[in-house]
Design a protein around this ligand. Structure first.
Ligand SMILES: Nc1ncnc2c1ncn2[C@@H]1O[C@H](COP(=O)(O)OP(=O)(O)O)[C@@H](O)[C@H]1O
Ligand SMILES: O=C(CO)[C@@H](O)[C@H](O)COP(=O)(O)O
Length: 492
């Protein structure tokens, strides 16, 4: 029997489970999707029970593909910032509130009125942000007080899954630093912040290292999914930090960052010291390797394409849609798209902004409009990269996430960002990074640097070409955000 580890990524569109051997080869993989709930404008939720069912099905599917292999560990990763609220029996009190939910404006205002913005940025790396978990907790206290009185623990999505699998209540620094009250210097909860906000620190799970064993697989789960009872489950990382590890991005090599096009679009740049952006326009989080990273987030990147397809082209696959976009031209023949379908995070921190198509005419086709969506997301990420480059410049960005499967989108991104991109060689992603963390967690490799030697080597460089049409488009894009503000305000 050959040893493998299993990595799992609890994404927004679905869960992905993969089995990887100790030389880094993917032996088996599968995905399961689940619904995204939008019960009110600006709200996003998922049922944590859907995550569990999908994850157990995915694990069963992967283990059924394993003939002649033994799983020696499972590593976790997943969408960040979400809140699973549990009662004293460990049951979810309400649907999980997600990272791109924008209901917490008043809670953010309360945090800002209570703790000086600069102090919060210095302690946690970030100002108060609507998508983070801490404002969600304050929202629960005000808006659903009966639920709040029953509250026993709150967990992040992947840590909730870890709790279901093992019974252990833990988190790790990369995901915990997206809650809004982790002290970046000591990588533990900042109890001063919690006491100031009159929040019981016992609501939060203990913080262990990302490569530490979070717990052991429960016997009843092991039987259902075909893994060994007592299998070590390694804490893992938030999806962006885990994906970075799958690409070999560490805080000891500051030259390379990543560009992820999942539901969100994310630019990730490693750094070795916790010195935040004083204006808080991009996040500073803990990396899983003991260092730190800057993160800038476009809330609806792949999410814009998914929304566009589901709304206007429901029977067309993503691949076909990308072929359609090829029929237009750089600049989308003048069509502009603002991808603010969930408000926007970096660099505007504007939960109330909304999306737009602009400059449509009878002459425009589906190809132009589809291409405008891809370009609008790229312009949004350029705004992010301009902020990150001034603080933590990188030479190249390693692409990951579902959108990185598209050659046309990668070409648009390279040209708009004016940065060399590396297309993914295999579909490594966050699940692969979680598997690498699990290998180190069970001692198959002594540390992450040693494990990096097994990662697939670079291939497929996407060079960036300067294009005046994109430069002009980017200037119009920025103008559009400012110009549409009063229109949007008059609607809301
Ligand atoms: N072939 C493709 N071409 C372009 N975009 C794609 C393709 N396949 C998937 N996507 C995009 O990737 C997104 C899903 O990426 P994924 O990394 O799985 O996201 P998540 O982790 O948020 O579930 C989809 O919403 C879609 O926009
Ligand atoms: O909010 C963030 C990062 O700060 C998002 O990146 C989420 O972590 C969701 O990731 P995907 O589902 O888009 O991969």
């Amino acid at each position: 029997m050959t040893d493998i580890v299993v990595g799992l990524d609890l994404g927004t569109g679905g869960v992905r489970a993969i089995a990887v051997d100790l030389q880094g080869q993917i032996i088996a993989q599968t995905t399961r999707s689940y619904p995204l709930l939008t019960p009110q404008l600006g709200w996003t939720e998922q049922n944590s029970a859907d995550w569990v069912e999908a994850s157990l099905d995915a694990l069963s599917d992967v283990t059924q593909q394993l003939d002649g292999y033994t799983a020696i560990a499972l590593g976790l990763s997943g969408q960040m910032h979400g809140m699973v609220a549990l009662d004293a029996e460990g049951k979810a009190i309400r649907p999980a509130i997600l990272w791109n939910d924008q209901r917490t404006g008043k809670a953010v205002a309360l945090i800002e009125a209570t703790i000086p913005r600069q102090e919060l940025i210095q302690r946690t790396g970030n100002p108060a942000i609507t998508g983070f978990q801490l404002p969600k907790l304050l929202w629960l206290r005000t808006e659903e007080p009966q639920a709040y009185t029953r509250l026993w623990r709150i967990l992040l999505p992947k840590d909730y899954l870890g709790y279901v699998l093992t019974g252990s209540l833990v988190t790790e620094p990369s995901d915990a630093s997206g809650v809004g009250c982790l002290n970046l210097a000591n990588r533990q909860w900042d109890t001063d912040i919690l006491h100031t906000l009159d929040i019981n620190p016992a609501f939060f799970p203990s913080v262990i290292e990302s490569t530490a064993i979070a717990g052991r697989l429960k016997a009843e789960i092991a039987t259902r999914v075909g893994l060994l009872s007592g299998l070590p489950v390694v804490a893992g990382g938030g999806d962006n930090a885990a994906a970075a590890i799958g690409l070999g991005i560490s805080s000891s090599n500051l030259n390379q960052g990543s560009l992820s096009i999942g539901t969100s679009g994310v630019i990730f740049a490693p750094c070795d010291r916790p010195i935040p952006d004083p204006e808080g326009r991009v996040h500073l989080f803990c990396h899983v390797d003991g260092g730190y990273h800057f993160l800038g987030v476009t809330l609806a990147a792949g999410g814009s394409v998914r929304w566009y397809r589901d709304t206007f082209a429901p029977h067309i696959s993503y691949t076909e849609l990308m072929d359609i976009a090829e029929r237009s031209l750089p600049g989308a023949r003048g069509v502009l798209f603002l991808p603010h379908l969930s408000g926007e995070r970096s660099p505007h921190l504007d939960p109330d902004t909304r999306g737009a198509f602009v400059n449509l005419s009878l002459a425009h086709t589906q190809a132009d409009i589809t291409r405008a969506v891809l370009e609008g997301v790229a312009f949004s990420l350029r705004e992010v990269l301009e902020v990150i480059s001034a603080i933590a410049p990188v030479e190249r960005l390693l692409a990951t996430g579902g959108g990185a499967r598209s050659n046309i989108w990668l070409r648009i991104l390279a040209d708009v960002l004016q940065t060399k991109l590396i297309a993914p060689k295999a579909e490594e992603g966050a699940a692969y990074g979680a598997a690498i963390l699990a290998m180190v967690g069970v001692g198959a490799y002594p540390n992450l640097e040693a494990a990096f030697k097994i990662l697939p080597q670079d291939s497929n460089i996407v060079q960036s070409q300067p294009n005046p049409l994109y430069e002009a488009g980017f200037e119009r894009y920025k103008l559009l955000y400012d110009t549409l503000k009063p229109v949007r305000q008059s609607i809301s």
